[in-house]
Design a protein around this ligand. Structure first.
Ligand code: GRF
Length: 203
């Protein structure tokens, strides 16, 4: 299965996915890394592992040019599955429709809480602490036209500790993300996830 990974920042989930491929736990070929920033460390990593890399920094978010470029890049490497790993732009609707139920995202909280527009990075963990909840976690979900609202594939909890800061909580969630994402991806690309309405079932 050919996968293309969209990133914006440091790319630790990208590295974890690559490591899972190397260990034989994820039967995928990591063909392309796309970032909206030309200086994204994840692009450097993509080059070192022999993936194709591309930056969307010179296309305006939401523009027709951006959509056309994304589709061209995806088709060029015969993408079968799209993996969002810390990607900060909206995926254009045309792309969401073209890759229906073949786009997946990871969110650093237990959706549908603490998600939606503007909920990214430390803002998520600040909101979790401010709400006083006792568990947080990571969510892998399919991407549809609504922000953070596609069918949930897998979730894993972590405790929220009395001593937590947004940084310590983020680190605990990130560790869980790295393992969870590859497991969920393997289930998805091996066709073991059945989707009915907004629910998914492992077969
Ligand atoms: C992760 O916390 C992920 O849940 C969120 O963005 C962050 C990306 O981190 N969507 P990294 O670039 O994979 O290190």
């Amino acid at each position: 299965m050919n996968i293309s990974v969209f990133v914006s920042g440091r790319g630790s989930n990208l590295r974890a996915i690559h490591a899972a491929v190397q260990r034989g736990e994820l039967e995928a070929r990591l063909r392309l890394v796309i970032s909206n920033r030309s200086d994204s460390p994840a692009l450097d990593f993509g080059r070192t592992i022999g993936a194709e890399t591309a930056s969307l920094a010179d296309t305006a978010p939401g523009s027709e040019e951006e959509t056309a470029r994304i589709l061209e890049l995806l088709q060029h490497v015969e993408t079968e599955f799209i993996v969002l790993a810390g990607y900060m732009r909206m995926i254009p609707e045309v792309v969401v429709r073209r890759y229906h139920q073949r786009i997946v995202n990871i969110h650093p909280a237990l959706l549908p809480s603490f998600g939606g527009k503007g909920m990214y990075g430390h803002k998520v963990h600040e909101a979790v602490l401010a709400a006083g909840v006792k568990v947080s976690g990571a969510t892998v979900h399919l991407v549809n036209e609504e922000y953070d609202r596609g069918p949930i594939v897998m979730q894993q909890c972590v405790p929220v500790l009395d001593s937590d800061t947004p940084e310590t909580l983020a680190a605990r969630v990130l560790e869980v993300e790295h393992a969870l994402y590859s497991r969920a991806l393997q289930l998805l690309i091996s066709g073991r996830i059945r989707i009915t309405d907004n629910r998914t079932f492992i077969q």
